[in-house]
Design a binder for this molecule. Structure first.
Ligand code: RB5
Length: 143
């Protein structure tokens, strides 16, 4: 799977470590994030990642900022994006099973890296359930 990943200054370390882990599992990682800890605006990397997911340049996306909220808010402005914020393994499952999140967002300053691995594996390994959840996600986009 080709996976786009982005981060602001709060997520550089987790972006690097997760990219290495996923590359080791055979995924192709495309980096849209900053590579320094200099303060920057998450919007400047979230929009390019969202566009890459929408165009199909990458199959899925992963994003980190301090709380995850700035990334999620920005990504979800794009019609083709369902960015889900996850902070536990169970939410990593549910955000795919129920919401079919095509971008996984995690709060780099509030969860240990071991949790990042568990959440990411859960999200990647879980299938969207469809059915009533398909009806609901189809009602998300607004003009
Ligand atoms: C940066 O200090 C922080 O505001 C940012 O990483 C994120 O948490 C915003 O939602």
């Amino acid at each position: 799977m080709k996976i786009g990943i982005c981060n602001d200054h709060a997520g550089v370390d987790y972006k690097n470590r997760l990219s290495e882990y996923l590359t080791g599992k055979g995924h192709e990682m495309v980096n849209f994030g900053t590579d320094t800890t200099d303060s920057m605006d998450y919007t400047d990397v979230a929009h390019p990642l969202a566009s890459a997911v929408e165009s199909g340049e990458v199959g899925l996306g992963i994003a980190f900022c301090g709380t995850g909220n700035g990334m999620a808010m920005t990504l979800n402005k794009h019609k083709g994006i369902r960015a889900g914020l996850a902070w536990s393994e169970e939410i990593g499952v549910l955000v795919k099973q129920h919401n079919n999140a095509n971008v996984l967002v995690m709060p780099a300053r509030f969860i240990p890296f071991e949790e990042v691995l568990k959440i990411t594996d859960a999200w990647l390994d879980t299938e969207f359930e469809g059915g009533r959840h398909l009806k609901r996600i189809n009602k998300i986009p607004q003009e």
